[in-house]
Design a protein around this ligand. Structure first.
Ligand code: SIN
Length: 281
């Protein structure tokens, strides 16, 4: 049986069947998966029985591993982090705000792979927002205000000592291994509108959260614009709601989708293993 790609009926995302990711993949299959990844932004591969070695091998087909700066890798692995929450945990849901993974790096990662190990019976969906579409359908008056502008990205709001996962989070009982640090204060500029290096289509890149300002714009004006932009780019018409099952691998393209976690699974454990596909630009 060959690989089958079934697009979701939402703004992005597709389900891929007919491929066994626990086996080595040939070059033409990897090319087909890459093409589908770039086309749909999010690919879900259900019913995959993967060990950590398989997850790493699959990730490496698509580029070098990216660096995960503020989450400690799982024991014995350099490139895998655990997205984890215990049934009785009361800490805030990790990554519940819209974002593009590690957009605050000088060369942000191209993609992310997330493999579902323990999936709650209810809740815990991951939401994605198609940023090609959000830009294409953006009112020209809003686009004119961001055209040619550079956003200031920083991890401080999350990972600096006073950030969401910093001192205030100590003692919250979080089972994830988050490491807050002064390094989170570093800032990097990226254009708000970027050309996707693989399909040449323009996309919005990043959003308020990791974006903390706009170069050359006064703070309050930039905050107002970023808030307006955030409301637009995360609109329901651009979203895909991903429902997990265990043994499902999902890969997404950080260059053209935003994503966020969601809760609603109190009383259930949730565990996924995550790898990062490094920058390719
Ligand atoms: C993430 O941003 O990698 C977390 C997604 C999720 O937990 O659903």
């Amino acid at each position: 049986m060959g690989m089958k790609i079934r697009p979701s009926d939402q703004a992005c995302g597709a389900t891929v069947t007919g491929v066994d990711l626990s086996k080595e993949l040939g070059e033409s299959l990897v090319t087909d998966i890459r093409q589908a990844w770039v086309e749909h932004g999010v690919l879900a591969f259900p019913d995959q029985s993967l060990r950590d070695d398989d997850l790493e091998r699959f990730t490496a087909y698509f580029g070098d591993f990216g660096e995960d700066p503020f989450v400690q890798a799982i024991p014995g692995r350099e490139h895998i982090i655990a997205i984890q929450r215990k049934a009785d945990e009361t800490s805030s849901i990790f990554a519940e705000a819209w974002h593009t993974d590690w957009s605050f790096q000088s060369n942000p990662p191209a993609g992310t792979c997330l493999y579902g190990i323990t999936i709650p019976e209810t809740g815990g969906d991951t939401l994605f927002a198609n940023q090609h579409l959000a830009l294409e359908e953006m009112p020209s008056s809003l686009r004119a205000r961001i055209e040619g502008r550079y956003a200031i990205h920083s991890a401080a709001g999350g990972y600096a000592p006073e950030g969401l996962y910093g001192k205030a989070d100590e003692g919250s009982g979080r089972s994830m291994r988050v490491i807050a640090s002064e390094a989170a204060r570093d800032c990097f500029l990226h254009p708000l509108i970027k050309e996707h290096p693989e399909n040449g289509r323009e996309s919005l890149f990043g959003c308020l959260g990791y974006i903390i300002g706009i170069a050359g714009m006064e703070h309050d004006a930039a905050s107002d614009l970023l808030l307006e932009l955030h409301q637009w780019q995360t609109g329901e018409q651009f979203q895909y709601r991903h429902k997990w099952s265990s043994n499902m691998l999902v890969m997404w393209d950080n260059r053209c989708v935003l994503h966020r976690a969601s809760g609603g699974y109190e009383g259930y454990d949730r565990l996924l293993h995550r790898t990062t596909i490094g920058s390719q630009s």
